[in-house]
Design a protein around this ligand. Structure first.
Ligand code: FAD
Ligand code: FES
Length: 295
C-alpha cells in the first residue's frame, strides 16, 4: 500500500513524501545497543537524499501511537542496480526503539517520507564531519554522494564539485558504541575517533579533534554535524568563532514529521537579529549553525 501525503505548500516540505508499508529485510547489531535495519521501500529509495529522514510506526499497534523520526543511513539496490530500499541505524532509548529490537525479516512497519531538507551539496575543499553517538547515521550517504560513489534522488542529484578531502570526527562514550566504522573506512576518508573513556582514539571531546583540524594551515571549507544537542552547541561555538560555515542536523522530538503539529519547533535567528520558531521537520532538520539559538 502506498499513499501520497497531502500536498502542503510549506517552505521546505518535501512534496515527494509517501506513506507505505515496508518489509524488514535485514536487522543486525552494529554496536552496543545499536542496530541497523534494512527495509524494502523502492519508492522511498528512489527519492530520498542524504540528510533527509522518515517516520516509522507499527501498522497494527496504537501504542506507541506516534511515529518516530530516523535519518537515512543509506539506500540499497537490487541485482539490476535499481534502488530497492533504505537502511537506518538506531540506538535503543525508549518505547519504540525497544520494540524495534524484536523485529525480524518479513515483519512490516509503516513508513512515511522522505522528509526534511537534508545537507547542502558538498564544498570543493576540505569537508569536516563531526558526529556524536548515533549522530553518525546521516553521514555515510553524505560521503558516498560527495565522492560520487552513489547517486540519490530522481532525477539523480548532480554533484558539481567533489571535496578535496573528507574527515570524519566521530565521538562515542567508549569503543563498544562505535558503529559502522568499517563502512566509513571503505570510502577511504580520514577518520578520527574520540571516546569519553579513552578506550580508543582521543580521550575527550570530539570538539578537541575539530579544533586540531581548524588549527591546520588550510582551514576546512565546511563542517557538517549531528549528535547530542550539547555537542552540537559546542561545535557551533567552535565554528562560529573560527568563522567557518557549519550545518547542524537537529534531532528534535517530532509527532507528525510533515509540518502539521508544531511539536518540533526550534528557535532560529532572523536577519534582523530577533528569533522565531521554525519547524525542524519541514524547514530542517539541517540548519546553518549560526542561525540556531541554543538556550
Ligand atoms: C530528524 C531526526 C533524525 C533522527 N535520526 C535518528 C537515527 O538515525 N537513529 C536514532 O537512533 N535516532 C534518531 N533520531 C532520534 C529518534 O527519533 C529517537 O531516539 C526516537 O524517537 C526514540 O523513540 P523511542 O520511542 O524509543 O523513545 P521514547 O520512548 O519516545 O523516549 C525515550 C527517552 O528518550 C527521549 N527522547 C526521545 N527522542 C529524543 C530526541 N530526539 N532527543 C533527545 N531525547 C529524546 C525521551 O525524552 C525519553 O526520555 C532522530 C531524530 C530526528 C528528529
Ligand atoms: S513534527 Fe509536526 S510540525 Fe514538525
Amino acid at each position: 500500500m502506498t499513499a501520497v501525503m497531502p500536498e502542503l505548500c510549506l517552505p521546505g516540505l518535501v512534496r515527494t513524501a509517501t506513506q507505505s508499508r515496508a518489509t524488514v529485510v535485514e536487522h543486525e547489531l552494529m554496536a552496543r545497543n545499536t542496530w541497523r535495519m534494512r527495509l524494502q521501500a523502492p519508492q522511498m529509495a528512489r527519492t530520498i537524499l542524504p540528510g533527509q529522514f522518515f517516520m516509522i510506526r507499527f501498522p497494527d499497534r496504537s501504542d506507541p501511537l506516534l511515529g518516530r523520526p530516523f535519518a537515512l543511513y543509506d539506500i540499497y539496490c537490487d541485482n539490476s542496480g535499481q534502488p530497492a530500499g533504505i537502511e537506518f541505524g538506531y540506538v535503543v532509548v525508549g518505547k519504540m526503539t525497544s520494540l524495534f529490537e524484536s523485529l525480524k525479516p518479513g515483519d512490516e512497519v509503516e513508513l512515511w517520507g522522505p522528509l526534511g531538507n537534508g545537507f547542502p551539496l558538498p564544498p570543493a575543499g576540505h569537508l569536516v564531519i563531526v558526529a556524536g553517538g548515533i549522530g553518525q547515521t546521516p553521514f555515510l550517504a553524505v560521503i558516498r554522494e560527495a565522492l560520487r560513489r552513489r547517486a540519490y534522488g530522481t532525477p539523480a542529484r548532480q554533484i558539481t564539485q567533489v571535496p578535496s578531502r573528507i574527515t570524519l570526527c566521530y565521538g562515542v562514550r567508549s569503543q563498544e558504541y562505535l558503529a559502522g566504522v568499517a563502512e566509513f573506512e571503505q570510502e577511504g576518508i580520514d577518520i578520527r575517533i574520540a571516546t569519553d573513556d579513552g578506550s580508543v582514539g582521543h580521550r575527550g571531546f570530539v570538539t578537541d579533534l575539530l579544533k586540531e583540524i581548524i588549527a591546520e594551515p588550510v582551514p576546512p571549507a565546511a563542517v557538517y554535524c549531528c549528535g547530542p544537542e550539547p555537542m552540537m552547541h559546542a561545535v557551533s561555538q567552535v565554528t562560529t568563532t573560527a568563522g567557518l560555515p557549519c550545518w547542524l542536523s537537529l534531532e528534535t522530538p517530532m509527532a507528525c514529521g510533515f509540518g502539521a503539529c508544531f511539536s518540533c519547533v526550534t528557535k532560529i535567528r532572523q536577519d534582523d537579529g530577533t528569533w522565531d520558531y521554525r519547524r525542524v521537520c519541514v524547514e530542517g532538520p539541517v540548519f546553518p549553525a549560526d542561525q540556531i539559538v541554543f538556550d
